[in-house]
Design a binder for this molecule. Sequence first.
Ligand SMILES: C[S@@+](CC[C@H](N)C(=O)[O-])C[C@H]1O[C@@H](n2cnc3c(N)ncnc32)[C@H](O)[C@@H]1O
Length: 225
Amino acid sequence: MLKKFITADNSESFMNEEVGESYHSHTGGVEEALKKYAVPCKIKELAKTGKIRILDVCFGMGYNSAMAISVALEENPDCEIEVVGLEYDQNIISKIQEVNPPIAFFSHYKKLTPQALGFTEGNVSVKVLLGDAREMVKTLSENHFDAVFFDPFSPKTAPEMWQEHFFAEMYRVMKNSAILATYSCARMARDNMSKAGLMYDDGPILGRRGPGTIATKWMDIFSNP
Ligand SMILES: C[S@@+](CC[C@H](N)C(=O)[O-])C[C@H]1O[C@@H](n2cnc3c(N)ncnc32)[C@H](O)[C@@H]1O
């Protein structure tokens, strides 16, 4: 059962009563999409290069990648953008029709339904691969993505999503220059990132919660931003 609620930034989200967790933080789903994902993954800077490939893990209603596209197009309207989303629940994809977050590109995400899992709009292509993200990721090419938005339910609720072998897949599909961002700073998640070969650091702090985590294949990305 999905129950709608309004987050502190006035954007809509849902509470999944079976899982016991919401799709976005109560402090604000839109703010989180910008500050926990687009900014630490340097989407604005990547837009200047003219081409960005984003992996939106646990796509849900796609706030994170819709925000990144909006940020990138504002910086460079000609930027070529490829988004691949991984999501296993058709129900949450159908909920895209019921929300209107203040994200410029989100109106185009309304084209996504369980029957139509992809679209192209100008230089932007968005495709959602329906299925268990841990399996679907294996179909993706190595060294492909510039940014990974890693947004499963929490390590407490969904520990299976924060395991070494899944992070090893993230490592495989990330370019050497890529950045992975997630909202969690859980020790277990960070340890498993390390075991998979990723190097991590604190991500941004939002509200009164702990920092997120950013991870990369090469430490010098953190020291030479
Ligand atoms: C915290 S929500 C993500 C919210 C999303 N980023 C958004 O902007 O709406 C976690 C998402 O992970 C999805 N999920 C959980 N387990 C999954 C799995 N094994 N494979 C793919 N998606 C999964 C859930 O259906 C849910 O949509």
